[in-house]
Every structure is written in structure tokens, then in C-alpha cells.
Design a protein around this ligand. Structure first.
Ligand SMILES: *Cc1c(COP(=O)(O)O)cnc(C)c1O
Length: 362
């Protein structure tokens, strides 16, 4: 072993869902939006003059911060933007989780949290969701260095009631509590109104899911001006120009078309409700999802088998080989047509399987 090897920051990285490069596939594995971004985004991108790229972008990302603040009814001083909410969340970990005490998050949750904790050397303790996959607020009463959870939770899709969020906030006045609202636009209630009451709350949202801009990388945090100032201090100590000119233009154009945003999210919610009915009829069970995915288990066919069978058909869903959730599939809501192909295949597969099963038993 070389001497320098002991000085290397070693981490086990986050594993993103696969991005297969196939023309004919149904991709329901990374919670992307099946619809294109608002039409104005394409227009804004076309109008970008290449010559302007010789200049650095505005380090304050002012146009985008202002547009987000206006949309959310906040002051621009209450908004921080970053390269997707992954970047925003990483900056939050670096900025606010420095007490030496363990931070708390659920045992079943976004699998980036433990990776950031590890890379920044932040101690953490996971708190088990109950058997119905709910967050148990009492688990977050103990002394800690901060709290983070997604709402709705990922990959379960389960919404944490506002009373429970407020209960967690009330019991944690001395640390920062982050609510990661990556999926909130698909029918859940945002914790944003609680900002007025709790100066230790940070709400993080993203353009990746409900605004169809996963490829553009835009996320944002909303909090008190004081917390946003601390976040910016860390950002400017790391990389001042996080938001490139393209992202600024695309983000502003997306926010300008509220009607389109509402139409597409409403459509996805309608498709989700339809999908729930058919999945139920096929023998799946799941908690009510308030996100753009359904986390489902089948009464007799193992999730791992279904995952492999779907994959053979170039239908991609997400499977996590982890304790407590290794018999579940996380199914992103696509278009109605995509969901029909997916559900029709499942119907045939499960019927054939049942038939073969009966044959071997006879
Ligand atoms: C998708 C997701 C994110 C990150 O999204 P970005 O594309 O980085 O904005 C953050 N948290 C959760 C729970 C997510 O599912």
C-alpha cells in the first residue's frame, strides 16, 4: 500500500438508476417526467446567443432566484439555487450539519443522504419507518445534529402529515430541519407555510420532476434570509458559478408558464390514479402515493422476478435489493400509453405464471 492511500477520502458512491440508451423502451425507473418541459423552454434555449457564453453567468443567479421567489410568494433573500436539488442538499449538509452529533433520517429514504453524510464525515442515525412506511415523529425527539426527510418520502411515495412535520419541528428548535420536497407537486402538501413560524426549517424543491427538467439540473432551497446567507457563503467558498446561462434561461421560461405546469402535473396524477386501480386488480398492494411513482409489492410474485421479466421487455422500473423493501418495485408514472403497455405485460405475465404454476402442481 502506498503511504498516500491512507489520506484518500474514500466513499461508497450513490448509485443512480440506469439510463439505458434505447429507442424503443419504456423508462419508468428514475421518476423523470414523461412530458417535455414547457414550450417556452425550447424557445429560450433557441434564443441563447452562443457569443454570450464567453461571459461568466451571473453568480447570484438573480433572474432565476427572483422568478422562484415570485412564484412561491417569498423574498429573493429566502431562495438559494443549485445544480439540481442534489447540489442544494449537499450544500445544506455541508453548511448546517456540523455539530458532531448524529443527524437523523428514516431508514428507508432517498439513498443519497447517507452518502453525503459519509463524504462530509457527518455522523448519522437512521430511524425506522413503521411497518406501514410512515415516519414516526417521536423517533426524532432525541438529541441530534439535524433532521432531514423527503416529503412525500422516496421510494415509498408516502406523505408525512403536516401535523407530524410541525411536531418534528417543535421538538427540534436547536437544529436545522430539512424537508426535501422533490415530489410535492404531485398532490402533497408543502411545508412552505411553516417557514413563517420556524426559522430552523429549510424546504428544498426541484425542477427535475414536476417541471420536466431533470437534464437541466435546477434545484432550490427556501428558508429564512439568515440561513440562505449561510448557504451562499458556503457556495461562494466552493464554486461561485453553479448555474450556467442555459439553466438560468430554461428555469425562468419554465416558471413563466404556470398553466402548462398545472396541466402536466394534473395529467400525471390522473394517470397515477388509473394505474393504482389496475395494479390493485392485478394483485399488487401499496400505500397511497402522492408522488409521480408507486411503490408496490405483489401478493405472490417476487419483485425481483418481475423486475427481471420487465427488463427483458425493455420496460425499466426500479428495484432496491435492500432490507425491508426487497419485495417492492418503484414504478414511475409515464404517459397513459406507456402505463398501458406496462400493465398489459404484467397482466399477461402474471396470468401465464399462474397457469404454469397450476400445471406443475397438477
Ligand atoms: C430526485 C430527487 C432529488 C434530486 O433531484 P435533482 O434532480 O438533483 O433535483 C432529491 N431528493 C429526492 C428525494 C429525489 O427523489
Amino acid at each position: 500500500m502506498k503511504a498516500w492511500e491512507s489520506n484518500i477520502r474514500r466513499v461508497v458512491p450513490y448509485t443512480p438508476g440506469e439510463q439505458p440508451d434505447k429507442t424503443k423502451m419504456i423508462k419508468l425507473n428514475t421518476n423523470e417526467n414523461p412530458y417535455p418541459p414547457a414550450p417556452g423552454v425550447a424557445g429560450a434555449l433557441r434564443e441563447l446567443a452562443a457569443d454570450r457564453l464567453r461571459l461568466y453567468p451571473d453568480p447570484t443567479a438573480g433572474v432565476l432566484v427572483d422568478a422562484i421567489a415570485a412564484e412561491m410568494g417569498l423574498a429573493p433573500e429566502q431562495v438559494f439555487v443549485g445544480v439540481g436539488s442534489d447540489d442544494v442538499l449537499a450544500m445544506c449538509f455541508l453548511t448546517f450539519f456540523n455539530s458532531g452529533k448524529p443527524i437523523l433520517f428514516p431508514d428507508i429514504t432517498y439513498s443519497f443522504y447517507d452518502v453525503w453524510a459519509d463524504v462530509f464525515r457527518i455522523p448519522y442515525e437512521t430511524q425506522p419507518l413503521n411497518e406501514r412506511f410512515d415516519i414516526v415523529p417521536e423517533d426524532y425527539y432525541k438529541e441530534n445534529g439535524g433532521v432531514i426527510f423527503p416529503n412525500p418520502n422516496a421510494p415509498t411515495g408516502v406523505e408525512c402529515p403536516q401535523e407530524d412535520i410541525e411536531d418534528i419541528l417543535r421538538h427540534n428548535p436547536d437544529v436545522i430541519v430539512i424537508v426535501d420536497e422533490a415530489y410535492v407537486d404531485f398532490g402533497a402538501r408543502s411545508a412552505l407555510p411553516l417557514l413563517e413560524k420556524y426559522d430552523n426549517l429549510i424546504v428544498v424543491q426541484t425542477f427535475s420532476k414536476s417541471r420536466s427538467l431533470a437534464g437541466m439540473r435546477i434545484g432550490y432551497a427556501m428558508a429564512s434570509p439568515e440561513l440562505i446567507r449561510y448557504l451562499n457563503d458556503v457556495k461562494y467558498s466552493f464554486n461561485s458559478y453553479t448555474m450556467d446561462q442555459t439553466a438560468l434561461a430554461a428555469g425562468v421560461a419554465s416558471l413563466a408558464d404556470r398553466q402548462y405546469f398545472e396541466n402536466t402535473t394534473r395529467r400525471i396524477i390522473a394517470t397515477r390514479e388509473r394505474t393504482k386501480e389496475r395494479l390493485h386488480a392485478l394483485g399488487f398492494s401499496f400505500r397511497d402515493s402522492r408522488s409521480n411513482f408507486i411503490f408496490a409489492t405483489h401478493k405472490n410474485c417476487p419483485a425481483k422476478e418481475l423486475f427481471a421479466a420487465l427488463r427483458k421487455q425493455d420496460i425499466y422500473v426500479r428495484y432496491f435489493d435492500k432490507p425491508r423493501i426487497d419485495n417492492y418495485l418503484r414504478i414511475t408514472i409515464g404517459t397513459d400509453e406507456e402505463m398501458d403497455v406496462f400493465l398489459d405485460f404484467l397482466e399477461r405475465y402474471l396470468a401465464d405464471r399462474k397457469h404454469n404454476d397450476c400445471m406443475t402442481r397438477n
